[in-house]
Ligand binder design. Structure first.
Ligand SMILES: [Zn+2]
Length: 83
């Protein structure tokens, strides 16, 4: 599981986490001066965590295709809602 806690306050570039990094919809890192939209930065933080999880999973000998199944299932559900 990817933990989204603090993703809106964590810098996607340097990992610095501070509530002061976020100003409504804008993200500005107090440490490395990275500027971004708050939601864009948060999604970058989360995707970076996903890559970390994938790497850990691979190290543990897990099969990546097993992990991707829930994502595919969710996509099918979303398609069902639309029709
Ligand atoms: Zn930063």
């Amino acid at each position: 599981m990817v933990n989204p806690v603090n993703s809106s306050r964590e810098c996607a570039v340097c990992g610095y986490t501070n509530a002061a990094n976020r100003h409504k919809n804008k993200f500005h890192c107090k440490r490395c001066q990275h500027d971004s939209h708050a939601d864009v930065n948060a999604s970058e933080v989360i995707s970076a965590r996903c890559e970390d999880v994938d790497a850990l999973w691979a190290q543990a000998g897990g099969q990546a295709n097993l992990r991707s199944k829930p994502r595919m299932g969710r996509r099918v559900q979303e398609r069902g809602h639309r029709t």
